[in-house]
Design a protein around this ligand. Sequence first.
Ligand code: V47
Ligand code: SF4
Length: 361
Amino acid sequence: MEFSFLDNRLYNINEKVVSGKRLDFEDGLALYKSNDLIGVGRIADHARRKRHGNKAYYVYNQHINYTNICLNRCLFCAYARDKGEKGAFTSSIEDVKTQLLERIDEPVRELHVVGGLNPSLPFDYYIDLLKTIKEIRLDATIKAFTAVEIDHISRIANLSLNKTITSLKNAGLSMIPGGGAEVMSNRVKKRLFPKKIGSKRWLEIMERLHGAGITSNATMLYGHIETIEERVDHLIKLRNLQDKTGGFSAFIPLAFHSKNTKLSQIPATTAFDDLKSLATARLMLDNFDHIKAYWVMIGEKLAQVALSFGADDLDGTIIEEKITHMAGAKSAKGLTSEQIKRLISSAGFTPVERDSFYNPV
Ligand code: V47
Ligand code: SF4
């Protein structure tokens, strides 16, 4: 592969990628710092095509947000409320049933279920929630509860982590979404999410889940107060755990949206940074199969371009997204599968509808 790069540092990185050598911390910094976006993208595209050729994946999914009452109140979150505060909600099991039945004629294959840390919900609620979803959507996969919620549920249940995981698994849980790690830095945690579990616990929970046969995704919230060094460190921590367990399925960079948050002075991420974050993730996370361009956060148009910058997955139809839209996202709240297929094929890729485990359907 003969590329000419504008940034000389990329020659060495390209060489390593082509010969299958692992990139190090300094390489990660160089990728983030490079202004040769096209150069970074070409290297990432090479790595992406080596794994997935021309395929680009999406899933027919539905989001269920069961409560926004949350004890943590992270500074970057526009979704959470205190109990009794205007706009606070908690869905009863009946409410969730109604939401599912409203879409029962659609071929939903994955339910993405997340919520706040609501101290009023008993352990049985989580079990009933999973069982009810499974009853109504027997053939769909339940991807539910971030590691932060798993930690909370085990406290509410007064059960060990292992017993909590087993009970949730027996009730229908198959996969865990990637949220909650934010940026694995104590400095950022102290300032933005002091009440949330730290990186050590997040990684421990992921390791246990993987050990129990539950796969998960991983995310990184970027574009707030984090440094480039903290981003690269985050990626390396994920890569190290993946070496150990192999349980991560996809990595998803999450672009920070500041509207209606305590950090509303922070401007939106740029397209340049969004694409570089995806491409750098593809190159640093050499042991992750999938890099997801989450169209909700970066917009449908940029997500389409992202397919040529290392991403191989666009997430899915979603149907109704709340967390990012409450923080000012301008993207659609959901897409039809026709719309997603068009985004993929008009970018020159072959759309592949998948299930939660990337089996084509
Ligand atoms: O952990 C919260 C983030 C995450 C904001 O696994 C925000 O397939 C941007 O994890 N601006 C939850 N981001 C979402 C999540 C996710 C999303 C899509 C797919 C998958 C997957 C997982 O959302 C939280 C936090 O990092 N978040 N507030 C905000 N204002
Ligand atoms: Fe709660 Fe999650 Fe929002 Fe933090 S990001 S306040 S844990 S809902």
